[in-house]
Design a protein. Structure first.
Length: 610
């Protein structure tokens, strides 16, 4: 039987919670609470008026906009075990990434001790909270979503790109799963095709394709590696930006409401990739102030978001989209800068909505966010024209995770969609140390490790066309990778420069990179078998192994030293990796308890080569 928890909190935006289940998770000492949270927000409040189309929402009792979302909480049963922080994870397409990331392989809906992975977050005493925010999630298998009203009296065209990997005749355009076409045969229902993300779009003749729901059928099959764009008039337009209010109001409920199912004095938000772009959007629109003007999050951590934001607070939003090359909108940096294209002056935080109640902020990015997909990570710490390093505000740290890809690939690495092996360098060990640092910064005021990222001043950050990547047989040069586009203007494509091996010099160099057996990159070109061989595999890096011997190296004309030229023995290699690990521990970028696990991977890298 469901339990209803109504709010007695005067003026509360959280009206009630319908609890569907409560259960203990093994012997972890944690309780799982699953339910639905109901909201009602004032559309005339200045903190809400920024939500696109909220003035077109149907009104409930008291003239408020009503909506509901999935709620999921993992909390210590014994309050004495709690560390006082609600760690609120922005679900990624309905999933719970902090469990698999920080807890090293946990399940999306844990029910047993084994489902909690190695239990790191539990040992630290965090209260974990998720709330659905994305309206087009398929809510099954523990996936979290939100139910929001449609805008009344409006209509609009929705768009989405897709790039087929084969000639199959059907493609499901998942980015438009939340929208049904008014008329699949209408003149304004269109399909175009272009070469690469920034090529010239050419209409596909209407007689060659048809649309049913969000499935496109092409009689002759699609051309693999080319980019298609589908557009049609949507039958309904959900007010997607209410997801930002849901995230805000659950966080303030946990911090302030006596009726909350979990309580914490402090809160930290974490978002990865799509969810990191959500947090940059959340901050930009001023959602870190609640309806009463109080600070919502004490800490915000946007991971692998680059300089991008999310398609959520707009009519016809497509939050599910990876939005390659198109999601990077001014402003990019926190501080106020002048946009060379429009002349507008503002910052992600230095604007009239967001400058109050600024949290402590971590930005963590991989090489992918600099190189590929138009995420343009360098613009978080350089001027919009790419000519000057910016001074980061005191409440911001930026950590570049050297030689890593968007999400670490499995190990041993394999070749998936790219011309090279995927990049397996595992940065989550450093993220665990940074979470402890953020915890101490929020609760105790202890400064976290200094920022680590490439800079123009010392030439560790350069234009992509100037990067010193070596010429390696069978490896395409990255120097011609396209930059992101903002309107008709190209954004600067600034990337970390590399050493003679092609490994990046600046940033947090994990032992796998500091004691390398390969070149590790943030880019990987598409394999010819899936078309578009001059284009990048989305969000994927490369591992390009060194030759084992000088003889092998000479046969391949490889300019990089062979393993036998670098390391006299396995023991010397392991010692170099251990020295790198110990150095990161001293800097607060690796936990001492995690060094043995990190060294297992270092040793496995050698054994895989030899």
């Amino acid at each position: 039987m469901a339990l209803v928890v109504a709010s007695s909190w005067a003026g509360a935006e959280v009206q009630r919670v319908d609890v569907a289940s409560r259960s203990e998770i093994g012997a972890s000492g944690y309780e799982k609470i699953v339910g639905t949270v109901h909201f009602a927000v004032d559309p005339s409040d200045p903190h809400n008026k920024v939500i696109a189309d909220i003035d077109k929402a149907p009104l409930g009792s008291g003239g408020r906009v009503e909506f509901s979302a999935d709620l999921y909480i993992l909390r210590p049963k014994d309050p004495r075990r709690a560390n006082g922080i609600a760690f609120i994870d922005v679900s990624n397409r309905g999933r719970k990434p902090i469990l698999s990331g920080f807890n090293r392989g946990a399940a999306n809906d844990p029910a047993t001790d084994a489902d909690l992975g190695d239990g790191f977050l539990m040992r630290e005493g965090f209260t974990l909270v998720w709330v659905g925010w994305q309206f087009d999630v398929r809510r099954q298998g523990g996936m979290l979503g939100i139910s929001v009203p449609d805008a009344v009296g409006v209509t609009g065209i929705v768009h989405a790109d897709f790039t087929p990997n084969n000639r199959a005749p059907q493609q499901m355009v998942t980015d438009l799963a939340g929208y049904s076409p008014v008329d699949p045969t209408a003149v304004e229902t269109t399909l175009t095709v272009r070469d690469g993300p920034l090529g010239r779009a050419v209409p596909v003749p209407r007689e060659k394709w048809r649309l049913e729901g969000n499935v496109v059928t092409m009689a002759d099959g699609f051309e693999p590696g080319r980019t298609y764009e589908l557009a049609y008039r949507a039958a309904r337009l959900p007010i997607a930006g209410l997801g930002l209010a849901a995230f805000r109001d659950v966080a303030t409920w946990v911090k302030h409401s006596p009726d909350a199912l979990a309580h914490a004095q402090y809160s930290i938000a974490f978002g990865s990739s799509q969810s990191g772009r959500f947090l940059r959007t959340f901050l930009y629109y001023g959602f870190n102030s609640d309806e009463r003007g109080r600070q919502v999050f004490d800490g915000v951590w946007a991971h692998i978001a680059g300089a991008s934001r999310l398609s959520i607070n707009q009519r016809g939003a497509v939050p599910n989209s990876t939005a390659m090359w198109t999601a990077t909108w001014f402003p990019f940096a926190n501080s106020a800068e002048r946009d060379p294209a429009s002349g507008k002056v503002e910052g992600l935080l230095e604007n009239e909505r967001a400058r109050h109640n600024q949290p402590k902020i971590f930005y963590t990015n991989t090489a992918v966010e600099y190189w590929g997909g138009g995420r343009s990570a360098a613009l978080v710490h350089t001027s919009p024209d790419g000519k000057t390093d910016l001074k980061l505000p005191d409440n911001v740290r930026f950590y570049f995770l050297t030689g890593t890809q968007h999400s670490p690939s499995r190990f041993p690495p394999q070749m998936s969609a790219g011309q090279q092996l995927d990049n397996p360098v595992d940065y989550w060990w450093t993220l665990r140390a940074l979470l402890v640092a953020m915890d101490h910064w929020v609760r105790k005021g202890t400064p976290p490790p200094a920022s680590q990222y490439p800079r123009l001043a010392d030439r560790t950050l350069v234009a992509a066309s100037q990067v010193g990547f070596p010429t390696i047989q069978g490896v395409a040069s990255p120097k011609g990778i396209a930059p992101a586009r903002l309107g008709e203007s190209m954004l600067p494509l600034l990337v970390p420069d590399v050493d003679e091996d092609g490994n990046e010099r600046a940033g947090v160099r994990l032992p796998e990179v500091a004691a390398p057996v390969a070149t590790f990159t943030g880019w990987n070109f598409r394999h010819p078998s899936i078309g578009g061989a001059d284009q990048l595999v989305a969000l994927t890096g490369s591992e390009i192994p060194f030759a084992r011997s000088r003889t092998e190296r000479d046969a391949k004309h490889d300019p990089r030293k062979a393993l036998e030229e670098r390391y006299a023995s396995r023991e010397q290699y392991v010692a170099q990796g251990r020295a790198a690990a110990d150095g990161l521990v001293k800097k607060g970028l690796l936990l001492a308890d995690d060094v043995p696990s990190v060294m297992k991977r270092v040793e496995a890298q050698w054994d895989e080569r030899k």
